[in-house]
Design a protein. Structure first.
Length: 427
C-alpha cells in the first residue's frame, strides 16, 4: 500500500481544504494523474498521485481541512480496479495528465491522436472544465460543449455533468433551483421565522479574505485622499495608437498600463508609499512589483506584475492580460500572488464612481481607479466643456505616510495621466 500525502505547497501555506475528489475508491490511478483538488488560502491546486494502482481509501472528505504531510488517500499498487476502464479510456486519462504536466498554467490543448470510435468527438475550442467533469463526461459519452453551467465564467464542473439530461438538453428546473450561485460551496436550505433563506458555507479563500481585511483595518491607520483626472489625452492617444499597437505587440492598449507606469513614477518621488512596516522599522523597497486586483470566481485576488519599472507598455499589458486570464480560470500559482509593493484596483469596470479601497497588507498604499464619466469642467473663466473624468483614490497607512506625501503622489499620477507622453520621459 502506498500513501498519498499533502505535498509542500509554499512556505506560508501549511494546510488546505479538500475542494473535490477527482477519483473515488476502486478507481484505477495512473502515476502522475490528478486525484484531488485542494483549496488553499490563495489558490486551488490539483494533487497528483506518485503511484500507479487502485485507489483503496480516502482519508478525508470534501470540505475537510488537511495539513501538509497528512495522508489523504491510500493506493494499492498491486490491486485491480473494481470498475476497470477500457484501455482507450486509461490511455486518454494518462495522455491528459501528461499534457497538464507540460502545460500547468495553460488551457488544456487538444491532442493529435484519433479519438476512440465510441467517444464523443470534442470540438476544436474545448470548453473550460474541471478534470473530474471531463472524466465523467467521457464515461457517459456527453459532449461538454452542450452541458450548461451556472458558473459565472462558464467552467463546467462535475455536478453540472451529473445533472445534465441529454434528452432535455438542460438541467431540470427543480434541481437547478436549489443550486447555489457558486456550485463548489454547499448550501443548506433553512427557514427562519417562516421565511426561506439559504445558508452558504464560506470558501476557505473567502474566509481568508475576510480575516485579512478585518486585520488590516485593525492594525493600520488607514486614510483615503482623492483627486480627479481628465482622461481626454489618454483616450485620444489610445484611439490614435491602438490599432498599430495591437499589430506590433499582439496585445491591446488599455488604461491599466498608463496607470501602472504613472504609479511607478509617483512611487519613485514618494518612496514611503512603496514600503512596509516591520516591527519598529520601515522597509523601503527599491523595486516595483505592482499588484493588480482581479475579481476571480471565488473572491478578489491580487496577482503581481514584477519589475514594472523595467517594462514597457506592451509588456505590462501582456502581463496583466495573462494574470487576469489565470485568475478567471483558477490557474494562478502561488508565485503569481506573492510579494507586491503597491496595489492598483479598478472598481470602474463594474461601474463604481467613487470608493475608499482597503490596504492590501503589509503594503501601505493602494490606488483606486473608477468609472470614466462625462462631467462639465471649467476650462477657464469663460469656457466649460464636457470632459471624460475619473475620480482616483489613494488609501495609505498614516503611520508612515503623511498627508503631504499622499496628496503629492496623487497629484503626480494626475499630471502624468493628463500628459501621457511625459510617461516616456519618466521611464
Amino acid at each position: 500500500m502506498a500513501e498519498i500525502k499533502v505535498p509542500e505547497l509554499a512556505e506560508s501555506i501549511t494546510e488546505g481544504t479538500i475542494a473535490q475528489w477527482l477519483k473515488k475508491p476502486g478507481d484505477f490511478v495512473n502515476k502522475g494523474e490528478y486525484i484531488v483538488e485542494l483549496e488553499t488560502d490563495k489558490v486551488n491546486v490539483e494533487i497528483i498521485s506518485d503511484y500507479e494502482g487502485v485507489l483503496k481509501e480516502l482519508r478525508a472528505n470534501e470540505g475537510d481541512t488537511v495539513r501538509v504531510g497528512e495522508t489523504i488517500a491510500v493506493v494499492d499498487e498491486k490491486g485491480e480496479s473494481s470498475q476497470p476502464e477500457s484501455q482507450e479510456q486509461q490511455s486518454s486519462v494518462l495522455q491528459e495528465a501528461e499534457m497538464k504536466k507540460q502545460l500547468p498554467f495553460q488551457q488544456e490543448a487538444p491532442t493529435e491522436s484519433k479519438p476512440a470510435e465510441n467517444a464523443t468527438p470534442e470540438k476544436k475550442d474545448r470548453p473550460i472544465a474541471s478534470p473530474a467533469a471531463r472524466k465523467l463526461a467521457r464515461e457517459k459519452g456527453i459532449d461538454l460543449s452542450s452541458v450548461p453551467t451556472i458558473d459565472p465564467l462558464g467552467r463546467v464542473r462535475k455536478h453540472d455533468v451529473e445533472l445534465y439530461n441529454p434528452n432535455a438538453g438542460s438541467i431540470s428546473a427543480e434541481k437547478a433551483s436549489v443550486q447555489p450561485q457558486k456550485p463548489d460551496q454547499p448550501v443548506i436550505l433553512q427557514t427562519e421565522a417562516g421565511k426561506p433563506v439559504e445558508r452558504i458555507r464560506m470558501s476557505r479563500r473567502r474566509q481568508t479574505i475576510a480575516n485579512r481585511l478585518v486585520e488590516v483595518q485593525q492594525t493600520a491607520a488607514m486614510l483615503t485622499t482623492f483627486n480627479e483626472v481628465d482622461m481626454t489625452a489618454v483616450i485620444n492617444l489610445r484611439k490614435r495608437r491602438k490599432d498599430k499597437f495591437f499589430e506590433e505587440h499582439d496585445v491591446r492598449l488599455g488604461f491599466m498600463s498608463f496607470f501602472t507606469k504613472a504609479v511607478v513614477a509617483a512611487l519613485k518621488k514618494q518612496p514611503y508609499l512603496n514600503a512596509e512596516i516591520q516591527g519598529d522599522e520601515i522597509l523601503l523597497k527599491k523595486y516595483y512589483d505592482i499588484g493588480i486586483a482581479v475579481a476571480a470566481p471565488e473572491g478578489l485576488v491580487v496577482p503581481v506584475v514584477r519589475d514594472a519599472d523595467r517594462k514597457n507598455f506592451a509588456e505590462i499589458e501582456s502581463d496583466i492580460m495573462e494574470l487576469a486570464e489565470k485568475a478567471r480560470t483558477n490557474k494562478l500559482s502561488l508565485k503569481d500572488l506573492q510579494g507586491g509593493t503597491f496595489t492598483i484596483t479598478n472598481g470602474g469596470v463594474f461601474g463604481s464612481l467613487l470608493s475608499t479601497p482597503i490596504l492590501n497588507g503589509p503594503q501601505v498604499g493602494i490606488l483606486g481607479m473608477h468609472k470614466i464619466q462625462l462631467r462639465p469642467v471649467a476650462i477657464d473663466e469663460e469656457r466649460i466643456e464636457n470632459r471624460p473624468m475619473m475620480y482616483i483614490a489613494l488609501t495609505y497607512d498614516h503611520r508612515i505616510v503623511d498627508g503631504k506625501e499622499a496628496v503629492t503622489f496623487l497629484a503626480k499620477v494626475k499630471e502624468l495621466i493628463e500628459d501621457p507622453e511625459s510617461l516616456l520621459l519618466e521611464g
